[in-house]
Design a protein around this ligand. Structure first.
Ligand code: SF4
Length: 356
């Protein structure tokens, strides 16, 4: 007997607010219901952050059941949460097919920043990154990307941490290599969940076509380049994508982004002892920073199990920073957060897998 495949339900979290409104309006119109029902569902999703149609209590029971048969809310479920002594919170989420992804909540004085994943695993194979060593599994849907925000905000509400103010795409994956879902996820976070575009930053290791696409968007999303070396040859050892998109091309794309958006770009520089912390590199790093009037973040390397690398000594990092400053570069040494909870990208997933 041949099986008739079940029709996949449409995931409401993956739709842009406009598409969501259209789909819900059609659904309710087909059922002879007033159009305002679409608005009710939207506010349950965007403001109420509900995960089940049964929670939409101002809709008649019949309508909640009908929504359940037509649509789904494909929300990642929490597998593990770790809270650091410095209040950094790392979540490991399970997706519908069992893949695991991570996100990190980072509270600071005036901000609550959420770092989210854009892919399950990553194909970029950066040698300093635990996720890179694990290989690529699949692209996330837009719903799985924004689902991390929804679930983290629910967690923050319960914990009294207040609203998430900033989102950075610096978790697992190269966000600009997920062109199927990244554009919609940005639209949904900005227009649906009302996170200002200037408070959302996309971080890339230099995926040039993605930088060009981001520059074409009308909104003012931020861009961070994971530079990690100002010299192409050394960069290639850290970021294999350098072979496909050499530094000169990446810097040209950043130039264009800055010209089109008028926004200051951030350069991320992870400092690894004896690898990319030679003081001779400061000059060329400074040149790149001055070319874009970029802000430079120096980040002490968070060791990973896959190699023996260590973080650069604090005094050397300070020396790097001071030399950059003396050339007029805006620079900060990023505080290492969540050291006690596997907070670097890919570490919590590795930990969970090693421990079953
Ligand atoms: S640093 Fe980012 S782009 Fe590189 S392997 Fe890790 S997750 Fe992928």
């Amino acid at each position: 007997m041949s099986k008739i495949p079940l029709k996949a339900k449409t995931d409401l979290l993956s739709m842009t607010p406009d598409d969501l409104h259209l789909a819900l309006s059609r659904h309710f119109s087909d059922r002879g219901q007033p159009d305002y029902r679409a608005g009710q569902v939207k506010s349950w999703l965007y403001q109420g952050l509900v995960n089940h149609f049964s929670e939409m209590t101002n809709l008649p029971l019949e309508e909640r059941k009908a929504l359940e048969s037509a649509f789904e809310i494909d929300q990642p479920t929490p597998k593990m949460v770790q809270v650091s002594q410095d209040s950094t919170v790392k979540h490991l989420w399970t997706l519908k097919d069992g893949e695991l992804i991570e996100s990190v909540l980072i509270p600071t004085d005036r901000r609550l920043t959420l770092c989210i994943s854009s892919q399950a695993g990553c194909a970029m194979a950066c040698t300093f990154c635990a996720t890179g060593w694990g290989g690529f599994k699949r692209q996330l849907t837009a719903g799985e990307i924004v689902g991390q925000y929804r679930a983290s905000q629910r967690w923050a509400n319960k914990d009294g941490c207040g609203p998430i103010t900033n989102i950075v795409f610096m978790g697992m994956g190269e966000p600009l290599a997920n062109q199927r879902s990244l554009p919609n996820s940005l639209t949904i976070l900005n227009q649906g969940y009302r996170i200002g575009a200037r408070r959302i930053t996309v971080s890339t290791v230099g995926f040039v076509p993605g930088i060009i696409s981001l520059a074409k968007r009308p909104e003012q999303f931020g861009l961070a380049l994971s530079l990690h070396s100002p010299v192409s040859k050394l960069r290639e050892e850290l970021i294999p994508l350098e072979k496909q998109f050499p530094l000169a091309d990446v810097l040209q794309a950043i130039d264009d982004f800055k010209r089109d958006k008028g926004r200051r770009v951030t350069l991320e520089y992870t400092m690894i002892r004896g690898i990319n912390d030679d003081l001779d590199l400061v000059h060329s790093l400074g040149d790149i920073a001055l070319r874009f009037n970029a802000f430079v973040n120096l980040i002490p390397f968070n060791p990973i199990p896959q190699n023996e690398w260590k973080a650069t000594e604090p005094e050397r990092i300070l020396e790097f920073a001071n030399r950059l400053k003396s050339r007029g570069v805006s620079v900060a040494v990023r505080e290492t957060r969540g050291r006690d909870i596997d907070a670097a990208c890919g570490q919590l997933k590795a930990h969970a897998m090693n421990n079953g």
